[in-house]
Design a protein around this ligand. Structure first.
Ligand SMILES: Cc1cc2nc3c(=O)[nH]c(=O)nc-3n(C[C@H](O)[C@H](O)[C@H](O)COP(=O)(O)OP(=O)(O)OC[C@H]3O[C@@H](n4cnc5c(N)ncnc54)[C@H](O)[C@@H]3O)c2cc1C
Length: 391
């Protein structure tokens, strides 16, 4: 079992340890790594379960909307993602997408938008999606082409979005589109598009190495009321970045959960597998690997919970969240690979825990800003701080 001594770190308050313990115990009873083969149905079930048990109330903010607190508690979101990821990547995905998909409404939505969507998100009755990426605009978000043109009291959307998690099963999508107030990032707005709106269709379902609902979306003369715009026209990029500032740190937490599960699996294997007259853990080569895995996990956890704590203090976390995501996802990949190696042939058998983790971690190094993008963000912040000091 994972060492839980990190819950005593000064980043946390008493309610955080209690939350982790309650969720861990609930997940042990209700969530397994194995899910029904229909991934859409598995996700719907997980969202309903997480909503009914009250965990989704932590994915949003605003007590009047059924949230656990008045503001977003980043540490709680991170602990929930880490814990769920230890039990099941799909359960973590279901929780995370309710938060990411409704984050823009939570942070910048009108009272009417919040009342219409957030209570259903918290209860697990409405599934949310976040539609930012396009075929020609992934890392380079500001290159987006999907357009929203104002026509009286409506906007007309035309274009495509791709790699959209929950695409095909979501009840609503927060869609970022070019409204053209200014060039580049300053000419983008955010909108809520309900599933089933005429002119909006799922153009393609995408299969990936760790299956979860994913799709390319197409908008063709799709009309939505202007009241579905989130925040001011032209402020969509800021809305997207504010949402990602919360959830980027939580991607680090999910990676941490995968890594902790891999270390648990590795410890069991190392202490149980007999070879050459002793167990695998008796070899110093194995001990060196275990030491490296545990140290990497603690380093990633320190960066993750520093960023979460700092955000909860109301501070800007652009650099810290990037450091956390970069370190936790890259470390988790190495830890999982080392764990799989200890399992020998068993490690690559389909649906073994380490095989599953090996597939599940991969996309985390790409989405919500690839590793290289995080490196650029960290360097940009360092150089900006140095320049300001010189002035
Ligand atoms: C499983 C999965 C789920 C996703 N879910 C969502 C979602 O729900 N909503 C959404 O909007 N998007 C989602 N995405 C999209 C994701 O955010 C993009 O894939 C990501 O931003 C990278 O964009 P891209 O795929 O176009 O790769 P590209 O932008 O083409 O980048 C390819 C690679 O180039 C490298 N690179 C990028 N920039 C630089 C640079 N400046 N210098 C050097 N190298 C660089 C990186 O290694 C990067 O991985 C998801 C993606 C995946 C894989």
């Amino acid at each position: 079992m994972s060492d839980k001594s990190y819950l005593d770190w000064p980043f946390f308050e008493a309610q955080h340890a209690a939350l982790e313990q309650a969720l861990d115990s609930w997940a042990s009873q209700h969530i397994s790594q194995q899910h029904e083969p229909d991934v859409d149905q598995a996700c719907r079930t997980l969202v309903r379960q997480l909503g009914a048990a009250g965990w989704l109330a932590h994915a949003i903010a605003g007590s009047e909307c059924g949230a656990a607190g008045a503001t977003i508690d980043t540490r709680a979101i991170c602990l929930i993602r880490e814990t769920l990821a230890r039990h099941s990547g799909l359960a973590d995905f279901a929780f995370a997408m309710q938060g990411l998909g409704s984050g823009a409404i939570c942070l910048h939505g009108s009272a009417a938008q919040r009342a219409a969507y957030l209570p259903r998100v918290a209860r697990g009755e409405a599934i949310a999606a976040f539609a930012l990426s396009e075929p020609q605009a992934g890392s380079d978000v500001a290159a987006m082409q999907c357009a929203a043109v104002r026509d009286g009291d409506e906007y007309v959307l035309d274009g495509e979005k791709t790699w959209i998690s929950n695409g095909g099963i979501a009840d609503f999508y927060v869609v970022f589109a070019r409204t053209g107030e200014q060039p580049g990032a300053r000419g983008i707005s955010a909108f809520i598009v309900d599933a089933g709106t005429p002119g909006f269709e799922i153009a393609e379902r995408i299969e990936v190495i760790a299956p979860h609902p994913l799709a390319r979306l197409r908008f063709n003369g799709c009309r939505i009321p202007a009241s579905q715009r989130i925040g001011e026209a032209g402020q969509g990029f800021k809305v997207a970045m504010a949402t990602l500032d919360v959830f980027r740190t939580s991607v680090a937490a999910a990676a941490l959960g995968f890594a902790r599960r891999a270390l648990d699996e590795a410890m069991q294997r190392a202490t149980g597998r007999q070879m050459f007259g002793q167990v695998l853990a008796d070899f110093q080569l194995t001990q060196a690997k275990l030491a490296q895995m545990a140290t990497g996990i603690d380093a990633a956890a320190l960066l993750t919970y520093r960023a979460a704590w700092q955000r909860d203090q109301g501070r800007i976390v652009t650099k810290e969240a990037a450091m956390a995501k970069l370190t936790a996802t890259e470390t988790a990949q190495q830890v999982i690979d080392a764990a799989l190696q200890m399992f020998g042939g068993l490690g690559v058998v389909s649906e073994q825990p380490v095989e599953r983790l090996y597939r599940e971690i991969r996309a985390l190094r790409i989405y919500e800003g690839a590793t290289e993008v995080q490196q650029l963000i960290i360097a940009r912040e360092l150089l900006r701080a140095a320049k300001n000091k010189d002035m």
